[in-house]
Structure formats: C-alpha cells, structure tokens
Design a protein around this ligand. Structure first.
Ligand SMILES: [Zn+2]
Length: 275
C-alpha cells in the first residue's frame, strides 16, 4: 500500500496567525514543530495499518518547510517547489490513497487562515460553477487518478466542508475557528493521538478505480480589475467580468496546472499596498 500525505500548514495544530505560516518568524519556528507533529502522527497511523510506502509532499508556500531529519523514518519527503501538480504531486504515480493534513478553507470562506493559494488577490474559485477550496480542487485531481482522499485534518469548518468533496474520508478537527485569525486550539498531544488513530482507520479506504477524465471550466474572482487584465494575457485564459477570469481544461490535472500559472501571474503582478 502506497500512501501520499499532502501536508499544508494553515490547518495544522495551533496555527492561527499569519506569522505562524510565514518563514523567518519566531512563531513560524514554533508552528513548524506542530505541523511536523501532525505529519508524523499521520505517518505513524498509516505505518501501523501496514503501508509499505509513505511519501509526504510538503505543500506549504516554498514547499520546503518540514525538517527532514525529524520526519518519521518510515516516510520519505518531497522537498521543493515548481512541481506541476503542486500539492498533489505524485498523485498520478499509482498511490493507493491520499491524506490531506493541515488543510484549510478557501478564499472568502469562514475558517482559520482561509485562502486559496494566495493570502490575497483571489476572492473565490469555482470549478464548473461550484465553489472549491484547495482541498476540493485537489480532490478532483485525485479522483481522476483513481486515488481516494482518506484522511483530512484541519479546523472544524474545513472538516465539515470536506464532506462535500471527500465524503468517506476520516477527519480530525485540530482547532475550532473563531475567526480567520483566532481559534480554540487542541494541544498537539491530543491531536496527534487522534490523527494517528484516524490514519490507521483511513488506510482501509485505500484503493479506488480512476474516474474518466472530464473537461472542466475554472473561474477565478480577483480583488482588482487590473489583475484580471493581467491574468487574461495567459493564452487560454479570458476575462469574463471586470474581476473574473476563466479558462477551460480537458481534465482536472490540466485545470490544476493552469490554475497554478494563473496564481503565479496574479501574485507576481500585484502592486504594493499603500494607504
Ligand atoms: Zn499553506
């Protein structure tokens, strides 16, 4: 059994403030230990269930956060960015299940540190007219590859929302959102035990048939018209409203890859804030 663990930071145990997830801050250094604890707890559970290959894909920001030396030795770690499928890299290599650890709600939604890829600029993302967060988008790609989402960890809002895109997954609520930047947090000793237990049970959900690739239309709302203009210069991306761009893709993986380009262009094109 091969397990992919896609690990983000905003939904990790104890992360609530921007400084928790921005490298170089004191809070980040502390939060990194909490993220690592969640990941190692999941690895322990999958290993106990008999997984013989567990790969952790560092999926936050630089995608080079987790300290390799402290990763559970039963897993391997994907370090670094510029991966075509981003948070879902390796999903198309014959893995039997994927775990989404430390995930969070999408832009414009309730939940701790809610955002979609960028902490700014993106206001909403829809696939085929349906609002998606990162988990929902990634779940489409996983389904297309025949890989079930078996474990989701994050705040209470995310765990409830994941019923829409991963109805069979085990969920572990590591904090209860009070606002985008405050939460009632469970300590790592409690969340780690729950994540390990959930991962162990989740392994039984591994294995699924691939879904037929299907075309998708992706729409992205941004906060300023100039950014829609900029993104619409990407071949195949069109502005459909002052602050909305759209593009078509032949399948979910292509949609995710193109979305990554749109996000990159939006991020690099954003002018400095001022008051
Ligand atoms: Zn992140």
């Amino acid at each position: 059994m091969r397990i992919l663990v896609s690990a983000d930071m905003e939904g990790a145990t104890g992360t609530v403030l921007p400084d928790d997830v921005i490298a170089g801050t004191d809070r980040y250094e502390r939060a990194l230990r909490l993220m690592l604890g969640d990941v190692n707890a999941a690895v322990a559970g999958f290993a106990a269930a008999g997984a013989d290959e567990i790969v952790v894909n560092d999926s936050h920001c630089s995608m080079a956060n987790l300290p390799l030396a402290e990763l559970d030795p039963r897993a391997e770690l994907v370090i670094g960015r510029h991966k075509p499928l981003g948070m879902m890299e390796l999903i198309d290599t014959g893995v039997d299940a994927v775990a989404m650890v430390g995930y969070h709600m999408g832009a414009g939604r309730p939940g701790v540190l809610a955002h979609t890829c960028l902490s700014h600029t993106t206001l909403d993302v829809r696939v085929d007219g349906r609002q998606v967060d990162e988990g929902g988008f990634n779940a489409l790609v996983a389904a297309e590859a025949g890989v079930p989402v078996v474990l989701v960890t994050g705040d209470d809002v995310l765990c409830a929302a994941s019923r829409q895109w991963a109805p069979r997954a085990r969920t572990v609520t590591v904090k209860r959102a009070l606002s985008r930047h405050s939460a009632i947090c469970r300590p790592p000793a409690a969340t780690a035990a729950d994540i390990t237990a959930a991962a162990r049970q989740a392994a039984a959900l591994a294995g699924a048939g691939p879904a037929a690739p299907a075309p998708h239309t992706v729409e992205v709302d941004v906060d300023y018209p100039y950014l829609a203009v900029r993104a619409s210069s990407i071949p195949g991306v069109r502005a459909i409203a002052e602050r909305t761009v759209a593009f078509d893709a032949p399948d979910a993986a292509s949609a995710l890859r193109t979305f990554g380009i749109v996000v990159g262009v939006l991020s690099s094109g954003r002018e400095r804030d001022w008051t």
